[in-house]
Design a protein around this ligand. Structure first.
Ligand SMILES: [Zn+2]
Ligand SMILES: [Zn+2]
Length: 292
């Protein structure tokens, strides 16, 4: 049985009277402009392990945001405004993903990127640091699940000093992958990916970018997980699952074919099928929903 324990007690200190931990970095902060964080369940310690208990509607922990973390949030918004393709690709979660990636950079003590960041680097940061960064905020101790021993009476000794060591090492691995992603693109030896038509991939060794079956790594992973070209296509146009949440079964995507059956395109994924955003809007329309 696994036990969730507070792995970073040394990074914590007693919250001074009248202050609360910043919901992001955890440092003790003046409690003005509080943000509510929803508590959906609570881990309760039992004699032989622990169990999760549901928390009834509307429970929140209200935490402030320190000036530095507020600045990070504004920078994330400015980056998304300056790079509209991000919102096209990621949908409504674009700002949150960028903000999480900036959290990870801040956790690691790396310089924080600004709106002038190169698109390739921004994409790599969001892909590699978006998830580990999302687990870094202090509010994760309370939301969505209240962890045993979590209390606002304790704050981070320094910004991010209370980040779980596992999250910290995921952030470190993520930034290493960003470096790999920034290597030049590699062409596929045997011609374009037979599903999406991509002719090159970023970063990895050739064997990792093109693992086999005539597929790029993205399509190959879909195949490995039991999916077909249709699933790879839908994942491409619906990265935030906004559409798939509304599809009970398989959509009739008239006219969409894998690259091996239609050819053409510019060598980027699914370009033989048309413009990604137009395809996304088209498919959303078929399902009867509006997407950003
Ligand atoms: Zn903060
Ligand atoms: Zn592919």
């Amino acid at each position: 049985m696994t036990t969730t324990t507070d792995l970073s007690p040394f990074g914590l200190r007693e919250t001074p009277e009248g202050l609360l931990p910043c919901g992001a970095c955890g440092i003790a902060t003046t409690p003005d402009r509080l943000t509510p964080h929803s508590v959906l369940s609570r881990i309760v310690a039992m004699p032989h392990g622990e169990r999760a208990e549901d928390v009834k509607d509307g429970a929140t922990v209200d935490l402030p945001t320190c000036d530095d973390c507020r600045a990070l949030a504004s920078t994330a918004e400015a980056i998304v405004t300056a790079h509209p393709h991000l919102r096209h690709s990621l949908g409504s979660v674009a700002t949150w993903r960028v903000q999480s990636a900036l959290y990870a950079l801040s956790v690691l003590g790396h310089p924080i990127s600004g709106p002038d960041i190169k698109p390739e680097r921004l994409w790599a940061l969001v892909n590699r640091l978006g998830m580990p960064g999302a687990l870094a905020p202090y509010s994760r101790r309370f939301s969505p699940t209240w962890l045993p021993g979590a209390t606002t009476k304790r704050s981070a000794r320094e910004r991010w000093s209370a980040v779980d060591p596992f999250v910290l090492s995921d952030c470190q691995r993520g930034i290493a992958d960003v470096t790999v992603d920034m290597r030049p693109a590699r062409a596929l030896d045997g011609g374009p990916c037979s599903w999406c038509g991509a002719r090159s991939a970023y970063g990895r060794r050739t064997s990792e970018a093109w693992p086999g079956d005539g597929l790029c790594v993205t399509c190959w992973l879909t195949k490995r997980d039991g999916g077909g070209w249709y699933d790879a296509f839908v994942a491409y146009i619906d990265p935030d699952r906004a559409i798939r949440r509304h599809i009970p079964g398989t959509l009739d995507l008239d006219g969409i074919r894998p690259w091996s059956q239609s050819h053409g395109g510019t060598g980027t994924a699914w370009s033989h099928s048309g413009d990604r955003n137009a395809l996304r809007q088209h498919v959303a329309h078929l399902v009867g929903i509006t997407v950003p």
